[in-house]
Design a protein around this ligand. Structure first.
Ligand code: PHE
Ligand code: FE
Length: 290
């Protein structure tokens, strides 16, 4: 249910009207962004672009470049969709905020990425709890230009619809969390970040790679499906893939046997380290909030 202040906020924000369509999509109304909003994007972009040099995965940086996601202002989804469509057939659709799970998965399964189009306010410059256009477009869209990652996202959408039917979404959501949002990748030059939640955050971009506190463990599907996550702080554990091909191939098989196995396996705490884990770095652990 929408609260009164949310309704008032929607009415006051041309980029967040409630959707009148069944698939929750709205129109971006790109012409209605104010100069202040474009300027806020520019400052967010410049800060992140600087931090991401030598930290973000090469495929992510190549995606920013290929799609011309740049400092000049909030991208026009119509232009992005031309570029993205040509490369991988993905499209961005504008939504007012988080959408119900079945709607979200249905979009992904059809190679449509639901993106918010409002930009955070000035007092949320460093941290915003919900996704905004900077998180969605800067964080998520670049990798949708990568063919293997593009296929993974579509498969995840189909897997989400299946998990909804089977009642196993709590498990599957962990996979999204630890890859699409908070994934690390191993490269010849060392570890790099690719998860949207990391690359769109100044603090976590540094923390995920440089802090001695979190664990960094090799990617293992069943292990991830068991692992709870924190939504209120930097992660205690990051999972490291070797390639997007590894990610796609490991998640391609039917998860029904995994879901059956999970019934007899304990859930794991976010900071747990097991005998079976490939330990890249074992974290010192931590109690303090960031
Ligand atoms: N193969 C998974 C299943 O059968 C679907 C999936 C693909 C899930 C890719 C996540 C990522 O449920
Ligand atoms: Fe996200």
């Amino acid at each position: 249910m929408q609260t009164q202040s949310e309704a008032a906020f929607s009415a006051a924000n041309p980029h967040r009207p409630p959707s009148e369509r069944d698939d929750f999509t709205i129109t971006q109304a790109w012409d209605q962004y104010t100069p202040e909003e474009h300027d806020r994007w520019r400052r967010l972009f410049e800060r992140q672009a600087d931090i991401l040099k030598g930290r973000a995965a090469p495929e992510f940086l190549a995606g920013l470049d290929a799609l011309a996601i740049a400092a000049e202002g909030i991208p026009d989804f119509r232009r992005l969709n031309d570029e993205l469509g040509r490369r991988t057939g993905w499209q961005i659709v504008a939504v007012p905020g988080l959408v119900p799970e079945p709607i979200f998965f249905e979009h992904l399964a059809n190679r449509r990425f639901p993106s918010t189009c409002f930009i955070r306010s000035e007092d949320q410059f460093d941290y915003i709890q919900e996704p905004d256009v900077f998180h969605d477009v800067f964080g998520h869209v670049p990798l949708l230009s990568n063919p293997m990652f593009a296929d993974y996202m579509q498969a995840y959408g189909e897997g989400g619809l299946k998990a909804l039917r089977l009642g196993t979404l709590d498990n599957l959501a962990r996979l999204y969390w630890y890859t699409v949002e908070f994934g690390l990748i191993n490269t010849p030059d060392g570890l790099r970040i690719y998860g949207a939640g990391i690359v769109s955050s100044e603090g976590e971009s540094r923390f995920a790679l440089e802090s001695p506190e979190p664990n960094r463990l090799g990617f293992d599907v069943l292990r991830l499906l068991r692992t709870r996550y924190r939504i209120d702080d930097f992660q205690e554990t990051y999972f490291v893939i070797d390639s997007y091909e590894q990610l796609f191939k490991a998640t391609l098989p039917d998860f029904t046997p995994h879901y059956a196995a999970l019934k007899t396996l304990d859930e794991l705490e976010p900071g747990a380290v097991l005998e079976i884990d490939t330990i890249i770095t074992r974290g010192t652990g931590r109690v303090k909030r960031h």
